[in-house]
Design a protein around this ligand. Structure first.
Ligand SMILES: NC(=O)c1ccc[n+]([C@@H]2O[C@H](COP(=O)([O-])OP(=O)(O)OC[C@H]3O[C@@H](n4cnc5c(N)ncnc54)[C@H](O)[C@@H]3O)[C@@H](O)[C@H]2O)c1
Length: 425
């Protein structure tokens, strides 16, 4: 397979205009359609509009469109809201239920994990089918949804089949690396990849990203960009699994895994990550399967890492469950998939707390300072109640509010600390 990687100068595309003198050319004023206004699509559409592109945001979910229009969606993303408000007020960002004609289309729709641990691409194909009728000659279509290797090529085939009349169509993959909680800054500054199905598509994609991204934009081919994106999150997953395996073995020997890791990390070329109750979020728990599905016979470490992750969840659930079975109340601290966010997607903490509460409904309560309401089936406790009562504590998420609790306040209590914040208790 042909592969190319290079950095390109910005280029003028039809419909755009130079923001500066052609020497440091930057595209602005293009008509861009962003499909899917979620974690990736909404900040992208907002930043594009703030940069001077005319953006149509396509979101089939009417409730989500309304909450975006009213400033309720992603209210916690403080940097995003003023830009979004301005873009909507000035008409630089308009909201639609279905695509309208544009020069560039950005597809940022969900790609969930299916029951057979394969990517479900139905939303990508639906988005492709919806833009096919409004594609014009020389259009650029960018897929940003995390996808298995080969998806961008298949997307192009699908569009060409739907529109055999188009002589020129550019299709590229532009993976996203945003971290929820700081979406706008991440989107603006992170380095990016742009991989076309042809060199020309790559050039157009790189120019497009350079028009609104400050981070370095590297051009490559579509399949390399697709795989690089999957490798990033799989790297994290495999390394966290190693940390959890180290923790299993350390605890087997009666050792403190955090102390073992801290000492091992004094080696200048060793950097073991921190163990915990498992990984969560939209990406790290999901993307490794997308990588493995491309060559299942060659993927040995990835499924093993996923199995270690499941074992970590199981271990903490069983340890807490044993306390409940012995008559102890257990208060779970934290539900979200990582510290200091309100995001519950694929959260191991939530899975553990829910499973524990199902087994011992009267013996389990939860403190989650980042949620106004707990998911159904969970009973709430305050942090003060957790610290002053006699219940055992199961620390699942290292929120700042919990890290601020001095270990002395926990003296004499049973504490299961999955994240190692109170190691000296
Ligand atoms: N959330 C992240 O931090 C993150 C980071 C990198 C990559 N990604 C990837 O980006 C993609 C989007 O993720 P997200 O977190 O933004 O998802 P999301 O669920 O927050 O938003 C996706 C939106 O797409 C809409 N949608 C569904 N079908 C559509 C269609 N046919 N046309 C237009 N809109 C449609 C949904 O209604 C939803 O509002 C996924 O592939 C994800 O893996 C996400």
């Amino acid at each position: 397979m042909k592969s190319w990687t290079f950095l390109l100068g910005a280029q003028l595309r039809p419909g755009g205009r130079f923001a500066e003198a052609p020497g440091d050319a930057k595209l602005v004023g293009m008509r861009v359609s962003v499909l899917g206004l979620g974690y990736v699509g909404l900040p992208t559409a907002t930043l594009l509009a703030a940069t001077g592109h005319r953006v149509s945001g396509v979101e089939p979910d009417a409730a989500r469109r309304n909450s975006i229009a009213e400033g309720r969606f992603f209210a916690e993303e403080e940097a995003l809201q003023p830009l979004l408000r301005d873009a909507l007020r000035d008409g630089m960002l308009t909201l639609h239920a279905a695509p309208v004609p544009a020069e560039t289309f950005v597809i940022a729709v969900p790609t969930p994990l299916g029951p057979e641990r394969r990517a479900v691409l139905d939303h990508v194909w639906a988005a492709a089918d919806s833009i096919a009728p409004v594609l014009a000659e020389d259009a650029l279509v960018l897929l940003e949804s995390t996808s298995p290797v080969g998806t961008t090529r298949a997307l192009e085939d699908r569009l060409r089949e739907a529109r055999p009349d188009l002589r020129t169509l550019h299709v590229a993959y532009g993976p996203e690396r945003v971290l929820p909680g700081n979406l706008l800054a991440e989107l603006r500054r992170n380095p990016r990849l742009a991989g076309g199905t042809t060199e020309e598509a790559t050039r157009h994609a790189v120019s497009f990203y350079r028009s609104f991204v400050e981070g370095e934009v590297t051009g490559t081919d579509a399949a390399t960009a697709e795989m690089a994106k999957l490798v990033e999150n799989s790297f994290r997953d495999v390394n966290i699994a190693f940390a959890n395996e180290v923790a299993f073995i350390a605890r087997h020997h009666g050792l403190d895994p955090f102390a073992v890791i801290e000492l091992a990390n004094r080696h200048p070329r060793v950097d073991v990550l921190r163990p915990g109750p498992g990984v969560g979020g939209h990406c790290i728990a999901v993307d490794p399967w997308f990588l493995a599905e491309g060559a299942p016979d060659r993927a040995l470490l990835i499924p093993a890492a996923r199995a270690v992750d499941a074992a970590a969840r199981e271990e903490w659930l069983e340890r807490a469950s044993a306390l409940c079975a012995a008559g102890q109340e257990v208060i779970c601290l934290g539900l979200t998939y990582k510290a200091d966010v309100a995001d519950l997607r694929e959260s191991p903490a939530l899975a553990i707390a829910e499973a524990l509460a199902r087994r011992h409904p009267c013996r389990v309560r939860v403190v989650e300072p980042h949620l106004k309401h707990l998911p159904a089936g969970l009973r709430e406790a305050t942090l003060e109640e957790a610290l002053s009562g006699e219940a055992a504590l199961l620390l699942l998420v290292d929120h700042a509010a919990f890290r601020a609790v001095p270990p002395e306040r926990l003296n004499g209590r049973v504490v299961l600390d999955t994240r190692g914040i109170w190691r000296n208790v």
